[in-house]
Design a protein around this ligand. Structure first.
Ligand code: FDA
Length: 317
């Protein structure tokens, strides 16, 4: 699926395919920031918050890097007039890690400042959330996060349970009172650096959730973001949070738009703080195909979308 996601030929073909656009609508809010804000307003009515993500990863053309940065700044400006969290996700490879590495920090800082301006005086968890990409960029991403925080900009970071190093990274981030989103990881790594089977990854995820909800984490002002669709792990986290004295709203769950929406709504109804990762933009294929690959049932949807005689209403230009 990652190979399919990275093939330009496949991407060009799929992004022109009306049936695929129909399928992607489930996972992608639309082609522009306005469409993403509309989706976010609907979710907010259900008590669910949003993390906005302008699509386009592993970008190796300067003009696309410029577009990505402009889109992140654009949505931050639009959020100035919205009563919602200004929470924007950014991949370092979107903003120049593969084109001009030395400019990435300046771009991230500009987005961080735009988030600060847009969120001034508003309650909520406002942040530039750094997504975590493959293992080769973890050090860079951690350093970028440290720099944002050093400058007192609202930075947060994603850690991946599939990586063995995440336990050490998390311990350091907990001690510094950071905001960390924990995911299992959408990549595979060699055994020396990574857990390579589902059982080990899940066990490590649980171990890391335990660290995130420990009393020391609460004492340091750490903010845990538990990003999984695994309802068993979510239920364990809720129980642990109660046991350790974390009030609802002092931690949160994050899930992806279009994935197990019933579970997200159920958590929100229980009073848990829930956020949806809401992607938007025209470069949607690499993202959508990864979501499709995460569940065999989605494979059936993919086949139906490709072969069904009736094209669905496209939402993505
Ligand atoms: P897991 O795969 O264990 O599944 C749990 C349950 O959810 C199963 O029943 C499964 O069928 C269902 N499910 C999971 N995905 C589904 C789908 N697409 N469609 C339908 N059902 C599905 N990764 C990364 O490497 N770097 C990052 O920065 C991020 N960022 C990120 C943000 C957020 C908010 C989330 C939720 C996830 C990420 N990820 C990520 C992706 C993450 O690493 C992981 O690949 C997916 O979340 C799948 O793992 P889970 O723990 O959610 O569920």
């Amino acid at each position: 699926m990652i190979a399919l996601a990275r093939s330009d030929r496949v991407k060009d073909f799929m992004q022109r395919n009306e049936r695929m656009k129909g399928l992607a609508r489930r996972f992608v809010a639309g082609g522009d920031a306005e469409a993403a804000i509309t989706v976010a307003c609907h979710r907010l009515a259900e008590g669910i918050r949003t993390s906005f993500f302008y699509l386009g990863e592993y970008v190796d053309r300067p003009e696309l890097v410029r577009e990505n940065v402009e889109q992140k700044l654009h949505i931050a400006r639009l959020l100035e007039t919205q009563e919602m969290d200004v929470h924007i996700s950014v991949d370092p490879t979107q903003i120049g890690l593969q084109t001009d590495r030395s400019e990435v920090a300046a771009r991230a800082l500009a987005i961080g400042r735009a988030i600060m301006t847009a969120s001034a005086g508003k309650p909520g968890l406002h942040c530039l959330m750094l997504d975590m990409e493959d293992a080769s960029v973890v050090d860079f991403t951690l350093a970028l996060h440290d720099e944002l925080r050093r400058l007192e900009l609202p930075g947060a970071i994603t850690l991946q349970a599939y990586l063995r190093r995440s336990e050490g990274d998390l311990a350091r981030l907990i001690a510094s009172g950071a905001k960390v989103r924990l995911v299992k990881g959408a990549f595979v790594g060699k055994r020396d650096i990574a857990f390579t089977n589902e059982v080990e990854i899940k066990a490590n995820y649980r171990r890391l959730v335990g660290m995130m909800l420990a009393p020391e984490a609460r004492a340091s002002g750490f903010y845990p973001i538990i990003a999984t669709h695994d309802d068993r792990i979510q239920a364990e986290a809720v129980a642990l949070a109660r046991e350790q004295g974390w009030p609802q709203g002092s931690y949160e769950f994050e899930m992806l738009l279009g994935v197990r929406s019933d579970v997200a709504q159920g958590l929100a109804r229980q009073g848990e703080r829930v956020r949806l990762y809401v992607p938007f933009g025209r470069d949607w294929w690499p993202y959508a195909v990864r979501r499709i690959g995460e569940n065999p049932a989605n494979g059936i949807l993919l086949a139906r979308s490709l072969f069904s005689a009736k094209a669905k209403q496209p939402a993505i230009p």
